[in-house]
Ligand binder design. Structure first.
Ligand code: FAD
Length: 311
């Protein structure tokens, strides 16, 4: 077996997965090997903890065109496991690699451990209602969501092997134009403080209440899917949850958010959850560290005032 393999076309995510790779490397007695299509990234990956970097040199800029190439390398070198960053492109690539290798594919693993000589993964099922634990046998492809692990510190004194391999890429797709997504607000996925609004707000103008509180505590605003997709009060990249953004703030404060399972799936990693809702049976209170049962129109201005007075 030839190690713990890691690939993401996003170098930051690749480094996050190297953190996992290093956690497992000692226990599994396996080296950490990163794959990249960008030769200049090799030293960054080594400084982050890779023992070896395989640079795939093909004539195509699109990662998903490298599925056969990665599968071919894996078939030759037999890694113990291949971790792929769960970006849209990564998911596409991972599925193709697993299908080519006729091996298992575990998607969006939240946790990976080495227990009793086998890899064990945990991932959410049924929209976050259950956690599924799988014990793996043989080589598998596992996708890891962005930010599941921290980026390790760079250690420029680390050395590692860099191997460049010429590979064939698939070119069934022709890309005519690429338009970057223009983000309309802050990146809530990395925000340290978040104020989240839900359908408990009666009118769009009332968002100012939430904005005032957000300003007082230095938070970014986010919302539920209903607010973004039904009301169109905020852009879709501002909604949190299973089909929205997964957030990891130090504090997440919601108002008028019922806390349906698909929403809570996106806030589980928040350090502190505070919820304001009129319905004492709202599911958000089961997820919250602190709950205020009350009308947001009364509670939020008082809270904002109290915070401002304390500052
Ligand atoms: C496949 C699928 C994927 C989904 N993915 C997501 C996702 O990623 N993210 C997401 O958010 N949703 C998602 N949803 C939708 C989700 O199921 C809920 O419908 C949605 O999160 C509800 O949004 P809400 O809390 O704003 O509204 P509601 O559920 O209507 O809750 C409003 C809350 O406001 C409270 N309230 C009313 N007035 C006041 C007041 N004056 N003061 C205080 N509280 C008040 C009510 O008591 C209630 O709890 C998904 C659904 C499906 C089927």
């Amino acid at each position: 077996m030839a190690g713990i393999w890691i690939y993401s076309e996003d170098t930051i995510i690749a480094q996050q997965i190297i953190t996992l790779g290093r956690e497992l490397a000692g226990k599994m007695q396996q080296p950490v090997c990163a794959l990249t299509m960008v030769e200049q990234d090799a030293q960054t990956l080594i400084a982050a903890g890779a023992d070896k970097v395989i640079v795939l040199k093909g004539d195509n800029a699109w990662p998903e065109s490298y599925a056969a190439a990665v599968a071919g390398q894996a078939a030759q070198q037999q890694p113990t496991v291949l971790f792929v960053g769960a970006t849209l492109r990564g998911k596409d690539l991972a599925a193709k690699i697993a299908a080519t290798l006729k091996t298992g594919l575990i998607t969006d693993a939240q946790k990976v451990q080495f227990v009793d000589g086998a890899l064990e993964t945990e991932r959410m099922l049924y929209g976050g209602l259950a956690v599924c634990t799988e014990v793996l046998n043989g080589m598998n492809v596992i996708t890891i969501p962005p930010r599941a692990y921290d980026v390790p510190p760079q250690d420029p004194s680390r050395s590692g092997e860099v191997v460049a391999v010429d590979v064939q890429t698939e070119s069934t797709m022709a890309v005519g134009n690429v338009c970057p997504i223009v983000r309309k607000g802050a990146d809530i996925a990395v925000a340290e403080k978040l104020v989240c609004i839900g359908r408990g707000l009666a009118k769009q103008e009332d968002m100012q209440l939430a904005q005032d509180l957000a300003t007082a505590i230095g938070a970014e605003m986010c919302c539920t899917r209903s607010v973004a997709e039904d009301y169109h009060w905020m852009p879709v990249e501002a909604y949190v949850g299973l089909s929205g953004q997964k957030v990891k703030p130090i504090i997440y404060l919601s108002m008028g958010v019922s806390g349906q399972i698909q929403h809570v799936a996106g806030i589980r990693d928040s350090k502190l959850i505070v919820a304001i809702d009129t319905n004492e049976n709202a599911p958000i209170f089961a997820a919250a560290d602190y709950g205020i049962v009350g009308d947001l129109y009364q509670v939020v201005p008082l809270l904002t005032e109290a915070i401002k007075n304390k500052a």
